[in-house]
Design a protein around this ligand. Structure first.
Ligand SMILES: CCCC(=O)SCCNC(=O)CCNC(=O)[C@H](O)C(C)(C)COP(=O)(O)OP(=O)(O)OC[C@H]1O[C@@H](n2cnc3c(N)ncnc32)[C@H](O)[C@@H]1OP(=O)(O)O
Length: 314
């Protein structure tokens, strides 16, 4: 088959694939606001199909430790590939998020990478293998579901960025409430250089974090965000510096987040829920959610105990 005919067939296939997926996408209906995922089986998103495909790309792991302190540690663990996400790591991330959704004593979460670097995005070997529009869109919807659920956990979450956070790795940082960066680390949305835009929900979340102008600079310019620039535009919530020879970036990040997770789990979880609804819902829906959440803590054990203590907030 001649080259031009080959290119023509690929273009037609691409067009047909995009058209079919557009029809699927429109059938998915509006995003589900509370908890849960964005795309569901009810609107034709067949998760089993993409799970099977992702299963074919093994390697690495997503480790989770739920600590007594109520702060969980999630490790993106594929150091031989700069913690790139293989297919099975995407599936494991979904499993870890499900575990965290069931963890009723949870108050905080730190997401970090193994071996001193954060995550270099999708595993390029997997990307090459599922580069047709149909599979790409399904992987995109799968990861948008998982990262939306991660962001909506009733835990205060921090992405600890050491080394590099690239592509999907930079998108993962935006699926946490906060980002802390170590000296010399960089967040870079390299998608443009890959002929892509974010697909794991990173663009939608980035605009809400840094505003549309800064988001445009980071995406259209694929700009490297270091600690100073990150703090200046609000992408980074702080630079982690080691306080002693024994201290570690993870230890410093735990200290940082503990300032916000001190107190009874039901209260900390209620705080995240009311902020989440304020961030995501139209005002009157957010007010109704706040009322409902308020009802779960008013007159609760922590409230009654505080009243008995007659606290003075000096
Ligand atoms: C919707 C999501 C879209 C995406 O995420 S697309 C993927 C975007 N990510 C990338 O393009 C990152 C590609 N990698 C790089 O730029 C560099 O590896 C990086 C991270 C700057 C590190 O550079 P160096 O310090 O020089 O280390 P290196 O290149 O020798 O990497 C060490 C080994 O890790 C591998 N690696 C790094 N990133 C990977 C990735 N994303 N997928 C698959 N393998 C990856 C790299 O191939 C190398 O392996 P090997 O030692 O050559 O076998």
């Amino acid at each position: 088959m001649s080259y031009s005919l080959q290119m023509y067939c690929r273009m037609v296939l691409h067009r047909v694939g995009c058209h079919l997926l557009k029809k699927t996408h429109n059938a998915l209906g509006p995003p589900i606001r509370r908890g849960g995922a964005v795309y569901s089986g009810a609107c034709g998103f067949r998760e089993e199909e993409i799970r099977e495909k992702l299963q074919a790309f093994p390697g690495g792991s997503i480790n989770l430790v739920k600590q007594e302190s109520g702060i969980a540690l999630m490790t993106i663990n594929n150091p031989a590939r700069m913690n790139a996400f293989t297919g099975t790591m995407m599936l494991e991330l979904q499993d870890r998020v499900s575990q965290l959704e069931e963890w009723t004593e949870g108050k905080g979460l730190i997401v970090h990478g193994a071996a001193g670097t954060f995550c270099s995005g999708s595993d390029l070997n997997a990307v090459r293998a599922i580069s047709n529009p149909q599979d790409g869109m399904k992987m995109c919807m799968f990861m948008q579901n998982v990262l939306t659920r991660l962001l909506r956990l009733p835990l205060i979450s921090v992405a600890l960025v050491e080394g590099r956070a690239l592509g999907g790795g930079s998108e993962l940082t935006t699926a946490c409430d906060f980002r802390l960066m170590t000296e010399g680390s960089e967040i870079q949305f390299v998608h443009k250089h890959m002929g892509l835009v974010p697909g794991w929900g990173g663009a939608a979340r980035l605009v809400r974090i840094v505003g549309s102008q800064n988001a445009l600079k980071l995406l259209a310019g694929a700009r490297k965000v270091d600690t100073d620039y990150g703090e200046r535009i609000g992408l980074s919530d702080g630079t982690v510096t080691l306080q002693s020879a024994e201290s570690t970036a993870l230890g410093e990040a735990e200290k940082w987040v503990s300032a916000f997770t001190k107190g009874p789990a039901p209260v900390i979880r209620a705080v995240k829920k009311v902020v989440l609804s304020g961030r995501e819902l139209p005002l009157e829906d957010a007010l109704r959610t706040e009322k409902d959440v308020f009802g779960t803590v008013w007159g609760g054990p922590a409230n009654l105990e505080a009243l008995a203590r007659k606290p003075k907030h000096k």
